[in-house]
Design a protein around this ligand. Structure first.
Ligand SMILES: Cc1cc2nc3c(=O)[nH]c(=O)nc-3n(C[C@H](O)[C@H](O)[C@H](O)COP(=O)(O)OP(=O)(O)OC[C@H]3O[C@@H](n4cnc5c(N)ncnc54)[C@H](O)[C@@H]3O)c2cc1C
Length: 491
C-alpha cells in the first residue's frame, strides 16, 4: 500500500466498483472492502435494474412520474431526471462489459414489471441480478492496474486535510495503517444492521455515514427507511431472505393467516402497490387478525416457470423446507433500504470539500420518501459515475497535492468492548421505528442510545471491527431518532 493515492473509494458494491472503472490509468485509486469483496447489499439484489430502454413502449416521463409517485413527491426532481435520462446509458455499459442480462428470443433485453412501475422496464439476470453485476464489475476492475484493491480492510477514521484526507485503515491482521488520498468517495452502503430484522448484508452498519457525520457532513432523512413487505419469515435469522417484488410482479398473491387475499382492502393496487403501502397493509391486517402469519402464493404459475424465473428464491426456500411450486411462502415485512444518507448534490459532492458519497449511503433525493423498486442499483451506477467524472475533472484542473505529514500507523489498543450494546440498539430501533412508528417510545430510546454512544466514545475501547461497527450503529440510531423527534415536535 502506498502513502498517497489520488482517490480513495470505500466500498466494493455496485457504487464503488462502477466508480473505480471510470478512472484512466494515470489516476491511482485505492478501493476498500471491509469484508470479502462480494459481501454487500449489491450482491444480494435480486429483481433487477429499472431503465427506460424501449422508447416505443416506455418514456422517460413515465419513469420519472412512477419514481415521484412512489416517493410521495418528496423527491429531488432534478436528481430524478438525471437518474432516468442517464441511467439507460449506464445499464447498456454494464451489458457491454459483460453483465449477462436475460434476453428475449429475438436477443433484446427482457424487461419485467415490478410494483409501482407503469411499464415493463426492469432488466435482470434471473433472480440474482446483483451478483451478476458485482461479479462482472469486479472482473473489470481487476483489469485496471491503477486500482489497488484491499479486501478485509476497514476504514475506521477519516481526517480532513486541506489537500485531501488521511485515512485510518484496520488491516486484515487487526493492525493499523494510515494512508492518504486527495479525494474520497464513500460507497459504504446502508444501515440495515441497526434493525433486529433486515434483508441487508452484514456490512450494512452505516460506517460511511458515521465517518461523514464525524467530519461535519450534512446528513439528511436518515429516518426514511423502506421496509420490504415480503421477506421470508424465518424464525431466528437476523438477515432475512428477500422474496423479490418480481414474484408479485409475475402474479403471486398475498394471503393472510386464513388464506384470504387482503391487499386490495387497503389499496386498489393490491399486491402491486408500492412497498410502503403493502407493508402497511400487512401490519394493519396483522392487527385486524391478531396474527403475524402471512403468505405469498405463486403455486398457480406452474413449477417449470417458477423454477426457471426464480431459481435462487426456489432453492433458498427449499433449504427452509418450503417448495414454492406447491406451498405458500411465509413472509413478513422487515428493514430493507435507506432512502436518506449523506447529503449530496447532482455530482455526488457532499458538504465537505473533496468528499463524495454514492449508492445507498448517500442522499441524492431521487427516492423521496419511498424508493421505487429497482431504482437503487440505477442510482448507485449513475451517481458513482458522476462522482468519478467530477473528481477526474478536479484532478486535471489541479494536479498538485499537499496532504502534509502523518505517521504510518497508530495505536489501536484499549479495553475490551462490553457485550450487548449492539443487541440493545437493534431492539430499541425495531421497537420504535418500524413500519408503523411509535413516536411515544422515541425519547426514552434516544436517551439510552446516547448513553451507549457516550460510553463508546469515552470508554477507551480497543479499535477493532466490533467497536467501529457498534459506534456506527449507535451514531446512526441516534441520528434517526433525533430526526423523528424533530419531525414530531414540528407537527
Ligand atoms: C436483498 C436485497 C435485494 C435488493 N434488490 C434490489 C434490486 O433488485 N434492485 C435494486 O435496484 N436494488 C436492490 N436492492 C438495493 C441495492 O442492492 C442496494 O441499495 C445497492 O446495491 C447498494 O449498493 P452500494 O454500492 O451503495 O452498497 P453495497 O453494495 O452494500 O456495498 C457497500 C460496500 O461498502 C463496504 N464498506 C462498508 N463500510 C466499510 C468500511 N468501514 N470500510 C471499508 N469498506 C466498507 C462494504 O464492505 C461493501 O463492499 C436490494 C437490496 C437487498 C438487501
Amino acid at each position: 500500500m502506498k502513502k498517497q493515492y489520488d482517490v480513495l473509494i470505500v466500498g466494493s458494491g455496485a457504487a464503488g466498483l462502477y466508480a473505480a472503472i471510470q478512472f484512466p490509468p494515470q489516476v491511482e485509486v485505492l478501493l476498500l472492502s471491509k469484508r470479502e469483496l462480494t459481501l454487500s447489499n449489491s450482491s444480494l439484489a435480486q429483481g433487477g435494474v429499472a431503465a427506460v430502454l424501449d422508447l416505443q413502449n416506455d418514456a422517460y416521463a413515465l419513469h420519472v412520474q412512477d419514481t415521484l409517485t412512489a416517493g410521495k413527491s418528496k423527491n429531488n426532481v432534478q436528481a430524478v431526471e438525471v437518474l432516468v435520462q442517464e441511467g439507460p446509458g449506464d445499464v447498456l455499459r454494464l451489458k457491454e462489459i459483460g453483465v449477462d442480462f436475460d434476453r428475449e428470443a429475438d436477443g433484446t433485453l427482457q424487461k419485467t414489471l415490478e410494483a409501482g412501475h407503469s411499464r415493463h422496464r426492469i432488466v435482470h439476470h434471473k433472480d440474482s441480478t446483483g451478483k451478476a453485476i458485482v461479479d462482472t464489475l469486479l472482473a473489470e476492475v481487476k483489469r485496471h492496474p491503477n486500482v489497488t484493491i484491499c479486501e478485509n480492510t476497514l476504514l475506521y477514521s477519516l481526517e480532513k486535510r486541506e489537500g485531501g484526507f488521511v485515512a485510518g485503515l484496520l488491516m486484515p491482521d487487526g493492525s493499523s495503517r494510515l494512508t492518504s488520498a486527495r479525494f474520497c468517495l464513500l460507497a459504504t452502503g446502508g444501515i440495515g444492521r441497526v434493525y433486529q430484522y433486515t434483508t441487508n448484508s452484514a456490512i450494512a452498519t452505516g460506517d460511511g455515514i458515521t465517518l461523514a457525520h464525524r467530519l461535519g457532513a450534512k446528513i439528511r432523512h436518515l429516518s426514511w427507511i423502506q421496509f420490504h413487505p415480503t421477506a421470508f419469515a424465518a424464525e431466528n435469522d437476523r438477515e432475512r431472505f428477500l422474496i423479490s417484488e418480481a414474484v408479485r410482479g409475475e402474479g403471486a398473491v398475498l394471503l393472510n393467516c386464513d388464506g384470504e387475499r387482503f391487499a386490495e382492502k387497503y389499496d386498489p393496487r393490491g399486491e402491486l402497490a408500492p412497498r410502503d403501502v403493502v407493508s402497511n397493509a400487512i401490519i394493519l391486517e396483522s392487527r385486524f387478525k391478531h396474527s403475524e402469519k402471512f403468505y405469498l402464493d405463486i403455486t398457480h404459475k406452474g413449477a417449470a416457470f417458477v423454477k426457471n424465473r426464480f431459481p435462487m428464491i426456489y432453492e433458498n426456500c427449499l433449504k427452509e423446507k418450503i417448495d414454492i411450486t406447491t406451498q405458500w411462502i411465509p413472509v413478513f415485512p422487515c428493514q430493507h433500504y435507506l432512502m436518506g444518507g449523506i447529503d449530496v448534490d447532482l455530482y455526488a459532492r457532499t458538504s465537505i470539500d473533496r468528499l463524495y458519497a454514492a449508492g445507498e449511503c448517500s442522499h441524492t433525493g431521487v427516492h423521496g420518501a419511498n424508493r421505487l423498486a429497482s431504482n437503487s442499483l440505477l442510482e448507485a451506477l449513475v451517481f458513482s459515475r458522476r462522482a468519478a467524472e467530477d473528481i477526474l475533472k478536479r484532478l486535471q484542473e489541479d494536479p498538485s497535492a499537499d496532504i502534509g505529514e502523518f505517521p504510518d500507523s497508530e495505536d489501536l489498543s484499549g479495553a475490551p468492548l462490553p457485550h450487548g450494546h449492539r443487541t440493545e440498539i437493534r431492539r430499541l430501533i425495531q421497537d420504535c421505528h418500524f413500519v408503523i412508528p411509535e413516536p411515544d417510545k422515541v425519547p426514552e430510546s434516544l436517551q439510552r442510545i446516547r448513553e451507549i454512544l457516550d460510553d463508546l466514545e469515552t470508554g477507551g475501547y480497543e479499535v477493532n471491527r466490533d467497536f467501529v461497527e457498534a459506534r456506527s450503529l449507535a451514531t446512526v440510531a441516534a441520528i434517526i431518532l433525533e430526526e423523528v423527534m424533530e419531525e414530531h415536535d414540528a407537527e
